[in-house]
Design a protein around this ligand. Structure first.
Ligand code: COA
Length: 181
């Protein structure tokens, strides 16, 4: 992944030496399950996930400049609803002790600029399970357009089934928003 920076954050490739930081937040039951995945059971599992991120080349580590700690991850994935080559879908999680400081909103905004200006994407999308108000707030603050809610889209590893709220933003909409903000 391209190394990019915002005021307080660095978005960069994960490194194997980040396994402790990743395990610290990915083992927290408040992190993976709301995003659809099982908490990591061991540091070894987190290391294996880092190797997968590096092989797939689609997830940034979010490093906080003030202490160099990896506090979360931000993925730029193939859009699961669209087959457009120039569309990407976000996925993200943040360590719980870092919530509420606008970090993820800052990271997503920076990645949107990179996506539309450097990758020349025509559309970026994101979704959240309908119970996830925290993620909805990040999405709203980043200016995504609500497209609707799909019912029973996701069966989680524990058998829970969720409805999903879906959002997107086109390059034109993002440029127009940027010009007024
Ligand atoms: C969703 C998430 C990334 C938000 O990151 P963040 O950096 O805290 O985002 P923000 O600071 O912009 O806060 C977003 C909202 O979270 C809520 N929030 C803020 N501080 C909080 C806290 N300390 N505890 C709980 N919720 C809080 C508020 O509703 C806030 O909205 P507001 O700005 O209108 O008040 C983070 O909560 C997270 O990683 N959750 C678990 C994984 C997850 O749900 N990922 C998304 C899957 S779609």
């Amino acid at each position: 992944m391209q190394h990019i920076e915002s005021e307080r954050l660095i978005l960069r490739d994960f490194r194997e030496m980040d396994a402790d930081d990743l395990y610290r937040y990915a083992s927290d039951p408040e992190i993976g399950p709301p995003a659809g995945w099982k908490p990591h059971a061991s540091r070894a599992e987190s290391l294996a996930i880092i190797r997968m991120f590096l092989a797939d080349d689609n997830v940034w580590a979010i490093e906080r400049k003030s202490d160099g700690r990896v506090i979360g991850s931000l993925g730029l994935h193939k859009d699961k609803w669209r087959n457009l080559p120039d569309a990407r879908m976000f996925g993200y999680v943040l360590a719980q002790d870092c919530w509420g400081h606008g970090y993820m909103t800052e990271a997503v905004r920076r990645a949107m600029s990179y996506g539309f200006l450097d990758l020349n994407l025509q559309l970026m999308s994101v979704s959240h399970y309908t119970f996830n108000d925290r993620s909805r707030r990040v999405i709203e603050k980043c200016g995504f357009v609500y497209e609707g809610t799909m019912r029973k889209t996701f069966l989680r590893y524990d058998g829970a089934v969720f409805d999903e709220a879906i959002y997107s933003i086109t390059k034109e909409e993002w440029l127009a928003r940027r010009s007024i903000s």
